[in-house]
Design a protein around this ligand. Structure first.
Ligand code: BGC
Length: 378
């Protein structure tokens, strides 16, 4: 009897150990394995996603779960296959940064299997099959870009008699974030355009709702060569007889491609670059800002986003009501950030930080860069 009692105590103790590890009670076929979290990232050609994938994996494993990471290479069919593999492998939860709406069939399959999906950074549009979204305040990212142009071009002092000239670029038309960035930026720029102090060279969608013009300035899958070619065409055509003062560029990858095109034009060589915006605080762009080429970027601390996303995942798996340190549940005007068109999902928001030459060290101090990148920046 005594022996049985001791055995029972040991068994109970072992069981609660597994429970304490969080991941061990569910998921795959074997109860001895920690639950699996599948991490589907959209692409690697924009550097941030490689950091996101690595940060998410580390955060997942730190909490005692298993992690699998896959990169979709900007190909939604490929990402759907990767998501199917996660489901086959018995994933309990998926963290998905999608490429386009084509992901919806895979998200529906996950729901069918009772697998929770968290949309990561990008809202999965037109789906009613998931409940959670975690991202930065993307409208504010755009406002920072607009403010970068406002300050960099000293728009408050400009007038219709001596206007400033800009041209507009947007991100991928299939990425819902691209619309938020653009609309945030235009909320700052439109009043100056209306007063005549700012003139737009090339297409001018007042907001992303002007879909025809938005498509003309958008950059399919955020591909740098597309932005570079469009900039070259602008320089040779619409902008041939004017000196551009500024360029709204939606992220760093595209900003550098646009700057490359400008530098090949005699008008903009030798320190005469327009004010170019960006986003992501990529090492090459922060270096460019430090050296006075790119004007600004927006730092989104993606290590914090990954940590917050995994904390959300952990709380959902444990059946708790999520409370995420460093992230706020969108409310009021911001609720629409979680509107997929089919469902209102819970959107958790982190805060971005504007970076110019005066505070370029902020992402460095936050540990945003690899050792090699930090060495290049110092
Ligand atoms: C992200 C940006 C990124 C862009 C291209 C957007 O959804 O929010 O940080 O630069 O995708 O990958």
């Amino acid at each position: 009897m005594k022996k049985l009692g001791i055995t029972l105590i040991i068994l109970v103790a072992l069981g609660s150990l597994g429970f304490a590890k969080g991941g061990q009670q569910g998921g795959g076929s074997s109860s001895t394995q920690a639950a699996l979290i599948g991490i589907a990232m959209p692409e690697t050609h924009v550097q941030r996603w490689q950091k996101d994938g690595a940060n998410l994996k580390a955060a997942v494993e730190k909490l005692g779960y298993r992690a699998e990471v896959a990169y979709g290479d900007a190909d939604q069919n490929r990402q759907n296959q990767q998501i199917q593999n996660f489901l086959t492998n018995g994933a309990k939860l998926l963290i998905v940064g999608n490429i386009n709406d084509g992901v919806n069939s895979a998200i529906a399959d996950a729901a069918q299997d009772n697998v929770t999906v968290i949309a990561y950074d990008r809202l999965i549009m037109n789906s009613g099959d998931y409940d959670y979204y975690i991202t930065f305040n993307n409208y504010k990212v755009g406002q920072f870009q607009g403010q970068g142009l406002e300050t960099g071009l000293n728009l408050k002092e400009a007038s219709a008699d001596a206007p400033k000239y800009i041209t507009l670029f947007a991100g991928s038309p299939t990425d819902n974030n691209a619309k938020f960035f653009f609309d945030g930026a235009m909320s700052v720029l439109n009043p100056y355009i209306k007063s005549g102090a700012l003139k737009v060279i090339g297409p001018y969608p007042e907001t992303s709702a002007d879909n025809a013009n938005f498509q003309r300035i958008a950059t399919e899958n955020w591909q740098a060569p597309i932005a570079k070619t469009r900039m070259e065409n602008l320089l040779n055509n619409d902008a041939a007889n004017v000196v551009l003062d500024g360029i709204l560029a939606p992220n760093d990858t595209l900003a550098r491609a646009i700057i490359e095109a400008c530098l090949a034009d005699a008008k903009y060589a030798d320190g005469k670059l327009p004010v170019v915006t960006g986003q992501d605080a990529e090492a090459d762009s922060v270096l460019s800002i430090k050296n006075g080429q790119q004007y600004m970027t927006v730092f989104k601390d993606t290590a914090k986003l990954a940590e917050a996303a995994v904390s959300l995942a952990d709380q959902i798996i444990k059946g708790q009501t999520p409370s995420i340190p460093g992230a706020t549940l969108a409310s009021g005007d911001l609720v629409s950030i979680g509107d997929t068109g089919k469902k209102q999902v819970k959107a958790y928001l982190l805060e971005p930080v504007i970076i110019t030459q005066s505070n370029w060290q902020v992402p460095l101090d936050a540990g945003h860069f690899t050792a090699e990148e930090s060495a290049r920046l110092k």
